[in-house]
Design a binder for this molecule. Structure first.
Ligand code: FAD
Ligand code: NAI
Length: 475
């Protein structure tokens, strides 16, 4: 007889492993299946985020930022360093260690929460007596059954038609995080989140970086003022970003990659690079789930169709994270995982899509929550805006990092915060205050009247809230 569980989670990324932990906390007998392999063929739970996404990219961003500081900013502090060099192999090895620490941490959490972990691919099979079972194909093959199934199989990098990833010259996020030596010339297609983060890493390490973007506007989903400020900063750093291009034929040869494209003026151009990263978005991953056998509904993008509660069209089958609609973010996947486990337990799990923060971990960092100024205009909402530059913040000056600003958007009548947009130092940390404020439906005045430590970057948040009412104190 097959092993029986209350809850089976397919996928051990942030959506899956967090759902498994929450379900176990709620007293369920839980299994989690994940197929990711480490270099030795062993289990490496944590999904895209841990293995080839959030965590390794932040490790490389940190290393490259240290290198950049040593080269360009130590001197102004009176620190003289000579002969700064980068051992790329060591940087990559450190990144791999950080990844492994996270993999091991998740394996420990499975044990701690008494979750049965299966290393292999999970797929639906039709059961003889009707319904379905889950086949696990790993070192051995076995079939397990669960009263509830949570699918959290994530996403894969989107390839350009006719240009497969070889992960040697034409790279997805996977190869982009494993380049063995600083490429002299690096090309990227897509100036979205991965394009900017990975472009920044290799630019800081000395590559000549060109990003080709199809849209005529830079970071179209970001608040216009923030996008403009960030574009200025990236251009100053030497990132070459060409907007409004149309990418044509890509030739991947022994000497590198040649990209034919038309620029915004309609002129034919060629970009010759040593490595090309393609970062044009990601596609939901249902490969190998055998969804057809059980009639699991997918939409036209290949995402699993779910309702607001993450229920699929099959009874007892739920789906969360990148494989369903909504932003492809680790924390969104986690929130959905927790909410689904709680709904299975009869509780009222909830995800507030209006307060999901976004962060781009470049320098300056970009972070936001809620609606942008252009969205409020398009929605016809009467709003007030307040902005405060880091240039006028004492802590930012002491840090030597005064690029950017904090911007508040509040309802013109009620003063409720509708959006907060930050470009500048530690934006990734500063945005949390805005998320909490919006979750509690705070007004700009609420933040303006809260005592913030001095000197701290968070004072820029308070001042931006004061700016909504045109009463900044330090600007
Ligand atoms: P995944 O993390 O993709 O996990 C899915 C897991 O399921 C994988 O381990 C996969 O092997 C496994 N799986 C798939 N099918 C099967 C099957 N049939 N059987 C068994 N196992 C299966 N998000 C952020 O919030 N912050 C960031 O800083 C950030 N940085 C990123 C950087 C990069 C370069 C990339 C590519 C992404 C980044 N993301 C970031 C996005 C983030 O990684 C995803 O949103 C997140 O991983 C989604 O979680 P998930 O659990 O839905 O899927
Ligand atoms: P993206 O959606 O952020 O950006 C893709 C960019 O490519 C867009 O600007 C798009 O206009 C452009 N593009 C699409 N097709 C093109 C074409 N044919 N030619 C030229 N340009 C084209 O996708 P990206 O950067 O691949 O990242 C995928 C997802 O991973 C992100 O949307 C995000 O959800 C997640 N992620 C999150 C991070 C974070 O939270 N810090 C970091 C990295 C990724």
């Amino acid at each position: 007889m097959s092993k029986q569980f209350d809850v089976i989670v397919i996928g051990g990324g942030p959506g899956g492993y967090i759902a498994a932990i929450r379900a176990a906390q709620l007293g369920f007998n839980v299994a989690c299946i994940d197929e990711w392999k480490n270099a030795a063929g062993g289990p490496a739970p944590g999904g895209t985020c841990t293995n080839v996404g959030c965590i390794p990219s932040k490790a490389l961003l940190q290393s490259s930022e240290h290198f950049n500081h040593a080269n360009h900013h130590f001197a102004e502090h009176g620190i003289e360093v000579k002969g700064v060099s980068m051992d790329v192999a060591k940087m990559i090895a450190r990144k791999n260690t950080v990844v492994k620490q996270n993999n091991d941490g998740i394996l420990y959490l499975f044990k701690k929460n008494k979750i049965a972990f299966f290393h292999g691919r999970g797929s639906f099979v039709k059961a003889a007596e009707g319904g379905y079972e889950i086949k696990v194909a790993g070192a051995a093959e076995e079939t397990i059954t669960g009263k509830h199934i949570i699918i959290a199989t994530g996403s894969n990098a989107r390839a350009l038609p006719g240009t497969p990833f070889d992960e040697v010259n034409v790279l997805s996020n996977d190869g982009a995080l494993n380049i063995g030596a600083v490429p002299k010339k690096l090309g990227l297609i897509g100036s979205g989140v991965i394009g900017l983060e990975m472009g920044s890493v290799w630019k800081r390490l000395g590559s000549e970086v060109t990003i080709l973007e199809g849209l005529p506007v830079f970071l179209g989903a970001v608040d216009e003022g923030v996008a403009k400020e960030a574009h200025k900063a990236f251009t100053k750093q030497g990132l070459k970003i060409e907007l409004g291009v149309k990418v044509g034929e890509i030739k991947n040869g022994k000497k590198g990659v040649s990209v034919a494209y038309t620029n915004a003026k309609g002129e034919a151009q060629t970009l010759d690079v040593d490595k090309l990263i393609i970062s044009i978005g990601r596609v939901p991953n249902t490969i190998g789930l055998n969804t057809e056998a059980v009639g699991l509904a997918l939409d036209e993008r290949g995402a699993i169709v779910v309702d607001a509660d993450c229920k699929t069209n099959l009874p007892g089958v739920w789906a969360v994270g990148d494989v369903v609609r909504g932003p492809m973010l680790a924390h969104k996947a986690e929130e959905e995982g927790v909410a689904v486990a709680e709904r299975i337990a009869g509780q009222h799990g909830h995800v507030n899509f209006n307060t999901i923060p976004w962060v781009i971990y470049t320098s300056p960092e970009i972070a936001w929550v809620g609606r942008t100024e252009q969205q409020l205009k398009a929605d016809g909402v009467a709003y007030k805006a307040g902005q405060f530059p880091f240039l006028a913040n004492g802590r930012a000056r002491a840090l030597g990092d005064t690029t950017g600003f904090v911007k508040f958007l509040a309802d013109a009548k009620t003063d409720e915060i509708l959006g907060v947009h930050i470009v500048g130092p530690q934006a990734s940390e500063l945005i949390s205050e805005a998320v909490v404020a919006m979750e509690f439906k705070a007004s700009a005045e609420d933040i303006a009247r809260i005592c913030h430590a001095h000197p701290s970057l968070s004072e820029a948040t308070k001042e931006a809230a004061l700016a909504v009412d045109k009463r900044t104190l330090n600007f």
